[in-house]
Design a protein around this ligand. Structure first.
Ligand SMILES: NC(=O)c1ccc[n+]([C@@H]2O[C@H](COP(=O)([O-])OP(=O)(O)OC[C@H]3O[C@@H](n4cnc5c(N)ncnc54)[C@H](OP(=O)(O)O)[C@@H]3O)[C@@H](O)[C@H]2O)c1
Length: 310
């Protein structure tokens, strides 16, 4: 009988109750792929957005949940180079497979060596959120030393990496967070942490080179008022208003983060150098995946939520 494994899939869209524990065939690594035993996977907003039907069409079902993992190599394809059984890797996944599973086959561009100074829970917290922050600030935002950046949502999964990356690059970092996260944001390195529930950020900052928008809506609209002419507004959620941008010569982007093994390795170096650290809010057992998604969707979370799978 062929080997099987457990994974969490959805067969229809809806609330956390549509998450299902399925027994499926073990993945087989392709020629240049590695088969990884998954120890932990993080939970991201995209998980509950996929689950609710906001992202995919019904013909994509069933879908395995989970967009990033850390695990150890079990086996590899004939052309996978430089890796040994038992090596720890962390990965952001491209489409077509999911990390809430006991095993996963990873493509070369999806994984890098796990930072040596992180435990398995912390390592799982990094890939998708950190790569999203990196790509937003640097690939799209072109943030440079000495510039002024405003990061909306600086205490969340993506935001808490963005604050640290921007600081490590030598920027002046302002961020919006809830009042209870002001101290957390300052510990991450923010020069200015604004309680978005109590104060309008326009009263606190101006002459910003880059707005990194993780919130959209009214927050994105109001952010035009704090940008200098010729600045940039980069969003993970919505294309900024093109007319307003053109009138002020602003650069804009709405982007989807992509797997990139070289970038992940660079992030691992910053973590090993002590410049960046992941913050984990709560760890859930594999069986509690529905509760984990519900917490991220409906409650206040500081940093990341991680599912322990191994
Ligand atoms: N395009 C992409 O590739 C991509 C990749 C990753 C994420 N995303 C999207 O980017 C967003 C952020 O992701 P995430 O993982 O960081 O989510 P998250 O962990 O849920 O964090 C969101 C943060 O935003 C804060 N927030 C909510 N309303 C705010 C407001 N009006 N002003 C300032 N902060 C506010 C929340 O703080 P409180 O809890 O204190 O309200 C929370 O800390 C999500 O919508 C996600 O779907 C897109």
């Amino acid at each position: 009988m062929a080997a099987t494994m457990k994974c969490i899939r959805i067969h229809s869209f809806g609330g956390p109750e549509v998450l299902q524990f399925d027994e499926v065939a073990m993945p087989q690594p392709g020629e240049d792929e590695v088969l990884v035993k998954v120890h932990a996977a993080s939970v991201n907003p995209v998980d509950y957005k996929i689950r609710s039907g906001a992202f995919l069409k019904v013909d994509a079902l069933p879908v395995t949940m989970g967009r990033d993992v850390w695990g150890t190599i079990e086996a590899f394809g004939s052309r996978a180079k430089g890796l040994r059984k038992g090596d720890g890797v962390f990965a952001m996944l491209g489409h077509g497979h999911g990390g809430c599973a006991q095993f996963i086959a990873l493509k070369p561009n999806e994984h890098a060596a796990k930072p040596r100074n992180l435990d398995h829970i912390q390592a799982a917290a990094v890939p998708l959120a950190a790569m999203t922050a990196w790509q937003g600030l640097f690939d799209h935002g072109h943030l440079a030393q000495g510039q002024r950046v405003l990061i909306h949502g600086g205490a969340g999964g993506v935001g808490h990496f963005a604050v640290q990356f921007a600081k490590a690059r030598g920027a002046f970092v302002a961020t919006t967070v809830s009042g209870e996260d002001i101290g957390f944001a300052r510990d991450l390195g923010a020069d200015l942490a604004i309680d978005y529930r109590k104060q309008r950020f326009e009263e606190a900052v101006s002459d910003i080179d880059l707005v990194f928008d993780l919130v959209a809506g009214d927050t994105q609209e109001r952010s035009f008022n704090v940008l200098r002419d010729g600045g940039a507004m980069i969003s993970t959620l919505k294309e900024p208003d093109q007319e307003r941008a053109k009138a002020r010569n602003l650069r804009t982007a709405y982007y989807m983060a992509q797997p990139d093994a070289a970038q992940l390795a660079e992030i691992a170096k910053l973590i090993e150098g002590g410049k960046v650290r992941p913050a984990v809010d709560t760890v859930f057992r594999f069986a509690a995946a529905p509760e984990a998604q519900a917490k991220l969707e409906h409650e206040h979370v500081r940093g990341k939520i991680v599912l322990e799978i191994g």
